[in-house]
Ligand binder design. Structure first.
Ligand SMILES: CC(C)(COP(=O)([O-])OP(=O)([O-])OC[C@H]1O[C@@H](n2cnc3c(N)ncnc32)[C@H](O)[C@@H]1OP(=O)([O-])[O-])[C@@H](O)C(=O)NCCC(=O)NCCSC(=O)C[C@@](C)(O)CC(=O)[O-]
Length: 306
């Protein structure tokens, strides 16, 4: 079967936010700054820098303002710095730092919505609406991400109609892009395609992005399945870092290195230098005392050493 693939895919490295939010040890601001600068040096043009959530809920992101202030001098015009914002309080804190994009994050699962942001799906949309409007009024892009689009740690399988519903509501309040997230990495290619298909009821394919965790080792396959439907933007995390504090047992996002390797191997451009990316992933893995979670990074490092 032949597919027409995009010539270019946008990689959104979410490691500074999704990758580090679940770390038990406090990661110093300077280490986060180095990670972000390493990613940019490797050619990453879009990243999630931090989240403006409650520090009681996610202590690791408690240095959000300090980090954005520290980044200010080295901010690049050709890089999109995104931040997560759950409510107006978060928006008010974030806006001082002029993020290029804000991310409102909902869920296709009622229970996960309660556990993650302490409100129902409909209440979350009510909270996000003024955030999206305020961002748009200031010419800041608005992306919506939907968690648990194929499976939920509390509810199990999620019906695609839930994905369609949340997509509809997010688009109605002004989300320009919709991230389809497999929060706990249980998805397989056809399930992910069904979730994307459901979102397509209310969003154009150019608005959709993929956000796949790799708990069951399916994330590269799921990325390919999304690519085959025409999705051309993916959230990934260098060295496969990450997990969500409210989705126990879920591992990190698909490793940026693994996705970049696949895309380059398919002749798809990302603008990313894989060798420099491996350096970025190694440095943060060493700091965390963690085995590098990217198979591609480990293979390239072994090859270099042999
Ligand atoms: C949404 C809330 C705030 C509701 O939390 P709440 O406790 O219901 O909020 P509240 O409005 O009742 O406020 C309680 C206290 O928090 C403060 N507060 C309230 N808002 C903020 C804020 N923005 N920044 C700083 N402080 C804030 C507020 O001022 C108050 O302070 P107090 O009076 O007690 O001193 C909370 O549940 C929360 O922060 N949740 C975030 C959880 C989170 O970050 N999860 C991980 C990110 S999502 C994810 O990883 C999934 C994703 C995106 O990657 C995709 C995928 O894979 O699925």
């Amino acid at each position: 079967m032949s597919h027409s693939y995009p010539e270019h895919v946008t990689i959104v490295d979410v490691s500074p936010r999704d990758g580090l939010q679940n770390e038990a040890m406090t990661v110093p601001k300077a280490v986060k700054q180095t990670l972000i600068n390493d990613l940019i040096a490797a050619g990453v043009k879009k990243l999630e820098a931090t989240s403006f959530v409650s520090p009681k809920w996610v202590p690791q992101m408690g240095d959000n303002s300090e980090l954005m202030t520290a980044l200010a001098d080295s901010r690049r015009d050709d890089v999109i710095y995104s931040v997560l914002v759950p409510n107006m309080r978060g928006f008010d804190n974030a806006i001082a730092h002029r993020p290029d994009e804000i991310v409102i994050f909902g869920s296709a699962s009622e229970t996960f919505s309660q556990k993650n942001i302490n409100c129902s799906i409909d209440e979350s949309i009510e909270r996000f609406a003024p955030v999206a409007a305020a961002a748009k009024a200031q010419n800041i892009k608005v992306r919506g991400v939907i968690s648990c689009t194929v499976g939920c740690p509390y509810e199990g399988e999620i019906d695609p109609s839930q994905v369609a519903y949340v997509t509809k509501r997010l688009v109605e309040i002004g989300a320009e892009q919709i991230g389809i997230a497999d929060t706990i990495g249980v998805g397989t290619p056809l399930k992910v395609q069904r979730a994307l298909q459901a979102a397509l009821e209310y969003a154009d394919i150019s608005m959709l992005s993929g956000h796949f965790h790799d708990t069951y080792g399916q994330a590269v396959s799921n990325t390919l399945a999304a690519l085959q439907m025409g999705v051309s933007e993916f959230d990934t995390s260098v060295a496969g870092l990450g997990g969500c504090p409210y989705a126990k047992g879920a591992t990190g996002n698909v490793a940026t290195e693994d996705v970049v390797y696949m895309l380059h191997g398919m002749g798809i451009n990302t603008g990313i230098d894989l060798d420099k990316l491996v350096v970025a992933g190694e440095r943060i893995s060493e700091f965390l005392g963690r085995r590098n979670g990217s198979s591609v990074a480990r293979a390239l490092i072994n090859k270099r050493q042999s």
